[in-house]
Design a protein around this ligand. Structure first.
Ligand SMILES: CC(C)(COP(=O)(O)OP(=O)(O)OC[C@H]1O[C@@H](n2cnc3c(N)ncnc32)[C@H](O)[C@@H]1OP(=O)(O)O)[C@@H](O)C(=O)NCCC(=O)NCCS
Length: 196
């Protein structure tokens, strides 16, 4: 029997994790966003145009809010529950409702790398994707060699599904992209190690 057609369900925001709040971007986030996306350490593996301005950030935030209102895209910002500080972003998008397929992405401010925030936020979005939205498959891609992002994905159960040759032009050099996929029954939720 083919699966029943999926109705577009909505994720109720904000989402909470052990340490984070995932919420809709706000106009007042623009400065942090512009600073984060002007950092080469971030844009080396999250390719954007070389100059990411405050105007770009404002435009992104306005589009993100529209996407959330449509119920098909959730480009969320992650703040620390304790302090409200904006530490990154995590996004989920329904790419095909018919096929129950979605896309995941994330980034973390450079000074907050290595604390498990990306894993925590991505895991929470996977829960919503396979739970609330009832998706069957999530996809994403990395620039080859993005070891941190690869670690986040494989820990959640994502599997490598191959490479796209010369997918990204970074610092004048073409780089391969690595594709990843995660099926609903392969998902391993992230649990923050005690004491970290
Ligand atoms: C990818 C990114 C979001 C990871 O953020 P983070 O908060 O450091 O992620 P986490 O702490 O949850 O996990 C990082 C993992 O990388 C591992 N790691 C840390 N340094 C590493 C290194 N030099 N090489 C390989 N792995 C490393 C960590 O050990 C951790 O895995 P583990 O907990 O299983 O040991 C962050 O580096 C980033 O924003 N990069 C730029 C944007 C980007 O590439 N986004 C992803 C696009 S798909």
């Amino acid at each position: 029997m083919p699966p029943e057609p999926v109705r577009l369900r909505r994720i109720r925001l904000p989402l909470r994790t052990a340490r984070l709040l995932l919420r809709a971007p706000r106009p007042s986030d623009a400065r942090v966003l512009a600073k984060a996306f002007s950092n080469r350490e971030i844009t080396r593996t999250l390719p954007l145009w070389p100059r990411y301005t405050l105007a770009d950030a404002r435009q992104f935030i306005a589009r993100a809010r529209k996407g959330i209102a449509s119920g098909e895209r959730y480009p969320l910002h992650c703040t620390l529950s304790d302090t409200g500080e904006l530490v990154g972003g995590a996004g989920l998008e329904v790419r095909s409702l018919r096929d129950r397929r979605g896309h995941l992405g994330y980034w973390v401010e450079r000074e907050h790398w290595g604390h498990g925030y990306a894993s925590e936020a991505a895991s929470r979005l996977c829960e919503e994707a396979f739970g609330t939205l009832r998706l069957h498959r999530l996809e994403t891609g990395i620039v080859e060699g993005n070891a941190r992002s690869r670690a986040v994905l494989t820990r959640l159960g994502f599997r490598s599904e191959g490479f796209d040759r010369d997918q990204w032009l970074i610092d004048g050099e073409y780089r391969r992209g690595e594709r990843f996929g995660l099926l609903a029954d392969e998902f391993h939720p992230y649990r923050k190690p005690p004491g970290s």
